[in-house]
Design a protein around this ligand. Sequence first.
Ligand SMILES: [Ca+2]
Ligand SMILES: [Ca+2]
Ligand SMILES: [Ca+2]
Ligand SMILES: [Ca+2]
Length: 463
Amino acid sequence: MCEGVAVTCRASLLVLSLIAGCTEPAAEPDAGVADLGAVDGGPVDGGPVDHGAPDGGSDGGVDGGRDAGSSDAGLPVVAFTGRVLVAPEGFRPSSTALVGVLSGSGSVWDRMAWSDPRDHRVERMEGCPDACRSVTLLEDPETQPVRFTEVDLDGDGILERVVVDIGILWPSEDASGQLLVLDPAGGSPTVLREGLRRPVCLRDGDLDADGDVDLVVCAFGHTVGRLFWMERLDDGTYAEHDLHTRPGTIEAIPVDIDDDDDLDVVSIVSQLDEMVLLHRNDGAGGFEEVVLLDRPETYYGMSGLEVTDLDGDGDPDLVITNGDTLDHDLPEGVEPEAHYGIAWMENDGAGGFEWHEITRLWGAYTARAGDLDLDGDLDLVVANHQLGGYYPELVVRNMVWLENEGGAASFVLHTIDEAPEQLMTLHLEDVEGDGDLDVLTGSMHLDGRDLGRRLFLLENTFY
Ligand SMILES: [Ca+2]
Ligand SMILES: [Ca+2]
Ligand SMILES: [Ca+2]
Ligand SMILES: [Ca+2]
């Protein structure tokens, strides 16, 4: 399970749309070998993004209208100041596929981490908040790290840092992806598994309840791919078992969804199929696949999964985002603001689910739950990947937070104007240590411009 490293288990992000089939840009700038050192401590130089009034028409479950104000005089309110922690220098590609906070003691400032598959590196921060600079954890032009997690592979009480190297970002049948274990002393990483078809997720848990830590891996692939788990054997090797034998799994999370004391796996698929799946554990590592959602539209654009008890009734619910616009395959007549968005699936406690709309919102990519306004219920932050050029008529909202009005019955949408553009990744953490949740986020710029924000902090000024 993830409890011991809850922070990094939730820090999982990936580059699903790239994987899901968008076309490679004609001229990707050479990543080069220039040192990454440009840490801009100043305010975000936001472009000409229009945050004007929405044009209405959302049929979502957001209550109280869009952009509701939250400034009752005298009461603290959720508001943000934006700050670039790491930006690429000059004409460098940028594709932050992961942000999170490493486990361990010491300041959160020095444990913030991020990866960039297009720049072939994983780094953490140091010297923040005053003089932020990045420290390399992995830099290898042969890798495209989309993710990492901390997991005690061998049960010795020490967490290993395992990097998921997709091998190749762009659609391919290539099987050059791998799982790498970083050397804590800074030497070359150890290969845990190679020859994978574009792996994009890695989670841990004792799936067969024999006391050791097993792994769940999404090999997204292209036309061939699979979701499987790696059973840890007594000799330290692994036996592999398929959970799903079609390509396109972008996230898979071990969780006891039906309260029978074994770890099930919830996954989302976005390639040939657009699905939410439950892999129900028989208690000994045998799994039955249950289809929770199967959308007929190839353009559904499944983009993210968050497992959280959103209604606070004690069982894990699912938050689903579908906002992957990068295939650019929305048919004529389908309105982006009516098609894409955020919903949650309410668990009945036994793994049966009821679908609830939250709001429709184009480009909705990654959602994370946290109590932003400290009123005791879980709110949602959503990072949006909105390519303004696709839909110039639409208002751009790079990030929103959805205020839970209690029991997840309704939400009030607030736009976070301070967020930079074209976001994909998101992590909530009390970075400042003042008692409220701040937001770490990263962006993906496919055209190689220097606008990418590898690591961007939105400081919650509630306290
Ligand atoms: Ca096990
Ligand atoms: Ca279970
Ligand atoms: Ca619940
Ligand atoms: Ca709340």
